[in-house]
Design a protein around this ligand. Structure first.
Ligand SMILES: C[S@@+](CC[C@H](N)C(=O)[O-])C[C@H]1O[C@@H](n2cnc3c(N)ncnc32)[C@H](O)[C@@H]1O
Length: 242
């Protein structure tokens, strides 16, 4: 019987072949933006973690193509963003967004001139980082269109589960918010059920069909809407008393 930690939550690590020009982003830019793990038992120091001293720190779990985190990082230059994504093509896409080469032909492996360095990328399972984050670090945590794992026998792989909720509870600031979006109604029902069973969070948005204020849709969301799927938005905060 595998331990829950050993289960693969994510699907593919690599999709179509990465062009040599994009490989430069992985070889040259990613090492500058990938955090070095502290020693066991130690935690990240946010004063030295980014190229800025962040007023707040936000986490995006499974950023896909990175459009969401790249857009937020521009909109909120004083916020530090940490994104985790094991799918390498997605990491390349975020790197291209950050250095401004996404729509251009050239791929210089540096950040766009004048861009604040407020993003750090973990090209792997977000759970690797959990022990290195201090309690209450994040004002916002985004879990957008998580893999639904629709088969009942794969239910343990769904990211919203009792073990991960315990981590998210510890990591969210007392007045922080956990944003979950999905266009799979069964996943939304599952998430609500898991959160209710856990008893640590409360859902704070009333209309789950209405995007929260200042919402930036992800690529997955846009594709789903084009295909006729209906997004569901769940916003949770920590319960004051459990
Ligand atoms: C359906 S995609 C959605 C991508 C993106 N959030 C969007 O809305 O466009 C789900 C993503 O979550 C990532 N993922 C799954 N488990 C993860 C984990 N434990 N840590 C980090 N990312 C994970 C997958 O690799 C995949 O790219």
């Amino acid at each position: 019987m595998p331990q829950l930690r050993d289960l693969r939550f994510f699907g593919r690590r690599k999709g179509k072949a990465i062009k040599p020009s994009k490989q430069r982003l992985i070889d040259e830019l990613l090492p500058k933006l990938k955090p070095v793990l502290p020693k066991e038992g130690e935690q990240f120091d946010m004063n030295t973690f980014f190229g800025i001293h962040p007023q707040e720190v936000w986490l995006e779990i499974g950023f896909g193509g990175g459009e969401h985190i790249a857009e937020l990082a521009k909109l909120y230059p004083t916020v530090g963003f940490i994104g985790a994504e094991p799918f390498l093509n997605g990491v390349v896409s975020l790197l291209a967004h950050l250095n401004g080469s996404h729509e251009k032909q050239t791929t210089h492996a540096h950040l766009e001139e004048g861009r604040t360095d407020n993003v750090r990328i973990w090209p792997d399972d977000v759970r690797d980082l959990f022990p290195f984050f201090k309690d209450g670090l994040f004002q916002r945590i985004f879990l957008l269109y998580p893999d639904p794992w629709p088969k009942a026998r794969h239910a343990e792989r769904r990211f919203i589960n009792a073990a991960n909720l315990k981590h998210l509870y510890r990591l969210l600031a007392p007045n922080g918010q956990l944003f979950v979006a999905t266009d799979v109604a069964d996943y939304a029902a599952w998430a609500i059920e898991q959160v209710a069973a856990d008893g640590c969070f409360e859902q704070i948005n009333e209309d789950i069909t209405c995007p929260p204020t200042d919402w930036v849709p992800t690529r997955y969301e846009k594709k789903g809407i084009e295909a006729g799927r209906k997004p569901i938005y769940l916003v949770f905060s920590k319960k004051r008393t459990k």
